[in-house]
Design a protein around this ligand. Structure first.
Ligand code: URP
Ligand code: ZN
Ligand code: ZN
Length: 481
């Protein structure tokens, strides 16, 4: 079965040109003018844009948290991703240990056991996917086993400088892990906040009776993120090992990234749409819990500096940190004809520390960034492709199989209708939650058709994908951008 996408305008990370694409055997076979094939189905893409399928480097599907679970699993989250033009998603494996009393108890940490659990969850995948490992414990045994992750196709370790006593590693552990990463061609990803400051401020806020969502942000200060970003960059330099800072949210983090990169430090940065559009003011609204995630929303000045970071190329990627919860999990929604209610943000209605951390975004990323990033003049169409598709593929060892419109690459392709106008929100969203952060936003530009390895999985509003169609992607060493 062959397909020719005719006469579209191809947008890559570096070029824009009109051409045809021939797809055969799940891959791009040829790119050129007037391509012919005796049995190909021909799709006319005149006046449409053609991009590589998006790669979301940062999602949390089916993630247990605060006695509930993020409300998209590896099927619903992937389906939503596809409708937004994303064909590969990278999820974080929780480091767990087998326990005689059943699964899920946290102990020493066992990589193989933890990956197997995540593989089971991902059996329902509808787009291609890979894993990062949360390195939330560190000891001699774990240190020895880190290289085994590369054999499992997991090239990345996420560390936290916050969540004391839970997810955090101390700086010594981070430094040692960085050296192991370097020796094995692995990449460390870092969640940057100051855990000690946060753990001091939270009890103070609660003791003073401050229980509303805005205190989530007020107890996680921006300077903690800035300082931790510089700390991670400094450790990257001292260990001579690259670091990727996830979900950058503060203007000062961009300044630190620029400072370090100008000095040749191998440090890269990701931001997420929510940090470009929203502020602590959103947390002050009656429905402020919708915007609770960690790190929190900041200020308009931070939004502006992050946009500059994308415009100037200081940042390398846009991820989503998609980790949705219902706003009101006591009320059900319908999803694919089934009644669904999953406990969510209401768990923290009297205490901000009990609001599950995370928000939806896997479908929203590319459409929102097109209208409010490209059309608004913050980034070019080529930067859009670089940040959403090509750079994540390069950094995370998937290039040129993914993130590229070149012969030999997987035929993960989006036909983008740059003129399509829609009023966005829950009605268009396949994210399995009861709200959308961009409710009522006017969009111009939206995916029209989405192909996963040559198979049409989204055709306008029609879903043609299926649970189990997504493949696990073993990743090798990536590039340092
Ligand atoms: O609030 C968030 N972002 N939840 C997901 C976990 C993380 O730190 O990325
Ligand atoms: Zn994080
Ligand atoms: Zn995250």
């Amino acid at each position: 079965m062959a397909t020719i996408i005719k006469n579209g305008t191809l947008i890559t990370a570096s070029d824009t040109f009109v051409a045809d694409i021939l797809i055969e055997n799940e891959a791009i076979a040829q790119i050129g003018k007037d391509l012919q094939h005796p049995n190909a189905e021909v799709i006319d893409a005149t006046n449409k844009l053609i991009m590589p399928g998006g790669i979301d480097p940062h999602v949390h599907l089916d993630l247990p948290m605060f006695g509930t679970v993020s409300s998209d699993d590896h099927y619903t989250g992937h389906k939503a991703a596809a409708f937004g033009g994303t064909t590969t998603a990278m999820d974080f494996v929780v480091l767990e240990s087998p326990s005689p009393s059943g699964r899920g108890a946290r102990g020493e940490g066992d990589f193989q056991y933890s990956v197997d659990l995540w593989m089971e969850k991902s059996a329902k995948a509808a787009i291609d996917y890979s894993f990062h490992m949360n390195l939330t414990k560190f000891n001699d045994k774990i240190a020895k086993e880190i290289p085994s992750l590369m054999k499992m196709g997991i090239q990345t370790l996420k560390v936290f400088t916050a969540y004391n006593g839970k997810l955090r590693l101390d700086d010594g552990g981070i430094f040692k892990a960085l050296r192991i990463a370097k020796d094995n061609g692995m990449l460390m990803m870092a969640h940057c906040e100051n855990g000690d400051v946060i753990e001091s401020l939270i009890p103070e806020a609660l003791a003073a009776g401050h229980t509303s969502p805005e205190y989530h942000a007020l107890t996680r200060p921006a300077w903690g993120a800035v300082e931790a970003t510089l700390r991670m960059a400094a450790m990257a330099e001292q260990a001579d090992s690259p670091v990727y800072i996830v979900h950058m949210n503060v203007g000062g983090e961009v300044d630190m990234l620029k400072y370090a990169r100008e000095r040749g430090v191998k440090v890269m940065g990701e931001t997420c749409p929510q940090y470009l559009f929203f502020t602590i003011e959103n947390l002050r609204q009656p429905d402020g819990a919708k915007w609770i995630c960690s790190p929190p929303m900041r200020s308009k000045q931070d939004n502006a500096r992050l946009w500059e970071g994308l415009h100037d190329g200081v940042l390398q990627t846009i991820g989503t940190d998609h980790c949705p919860f219902f706003f009101d999990g006591t009320q059900s929604i319908m999803y694919e004809g089934k009644v669904i209610a999953i406990a969510g943000k209401e768990l923290g209605k009297d205490d901000f520390t009990k609001i599950p951390n995370g928000l939806p975004g896997i479908q929203d990323r590319m459409p929102i960034m097109w209208t409010y990033g490209v059309r608004a003049g913050h980034i070019t169409p080529n930067q859009f492709v670089a940040y959403n598709c090509t750079n994540p593929a390069k950094i995370f060892g998937l290039y040129p199989r993914k993130g590229a419109l070149i012969p030999g690459a997987d035929a993960d392709i989006v036909i983008w209708d740059a003129e399509k106008k829609i009023k966005y929100g829950v009605a268009q969203s396949h994210q399995r939650t009861d709200y959308n952060l961009y409710e009522g936003w006017e969009l111009t530009g939206y995916p029209e058709k989405v192909f996963l390895r040559g198979k049409l999985i989204v055709d306008g509003e029609k879903w043609l994908g299926k649970s189990g169609d997504g493949q696990f992607l073993k990743r090798g060493e990536g590039e340092i951008l």
